[in-house]
Design a protein. Sequence first.
Length: 276
Amino acid sequence: MTNLEFKKAVSPPESDQEMAYFFIYCDNFIYIYEKEGQQVSIPVFKMSEALKLKLEGICFLGMIGDRNCYCTHAASLKQRTGLKPINIRAIYEKIDSLFWQVAGYARQIHDWNLNFQYCGRCGRKTERKEDEHVRICSHCNLTNYPRISPATIIAVVKENQILLARGVNFPNKKMFSVLAGFVEPAETLEECVKREVFEETGIIVKNIQYFKSQSWPFPDSLMIGFIAEYKSGEILIDKKEIEEAAWFSPDKLPLVPSRYTIARELIDWFVAGSDS
């Protein structure tokens, strides 16, 4: 566990000749250093070298300790040995928690900077302000800030059981998790909880309580956790999103998400409450 701290900033330094962290993305991949049996690490080199590598859309993020850090885009870095692309989801348990947090922030700033280079209203090129994370169209003045998509994630409890489901897009077909879904326009978080649970499983819930939240940069979600009690209904899955759903007791849980996720925290909360 590192003792470093990350301090966000927008305005880049006047000159940057020192070594800096570069969070380099390409689609769903991030370039890292990885040695067998060790944690992965974020590339460190000077800005002059980054320019030689022809990195695109370099954006200042702030400082980790006394070292500047940037996010940027690269289609290929074959010219620099030692760097390898890895799916960003795969670095969770391989990297220090601080660098994972910054990697998530960097991913969201990177995607915003890359995806809003042109105005969605008139099609003209946008410009990025130096003192704020915002892109502005010089023609029609439409502004675009980094996007955040709120989603609820819910532990539904029925006596000494928790409702878990296996999504159709889960990479591991043996894994189950709590239910989740995006908030719709003009919808409250509590309404979203009720709707998502009912749409996906046919279960009606009550006594909805806030748990905690987690940033989830895939690509830009804010996961807002809730606990809810079973009220009525029988499991009837929505086969478009859910392959299987069932009630599980704490001593007979299936394979569940890793500990760094809010999904796992909700499940651990359920297990701890059952033991007390």
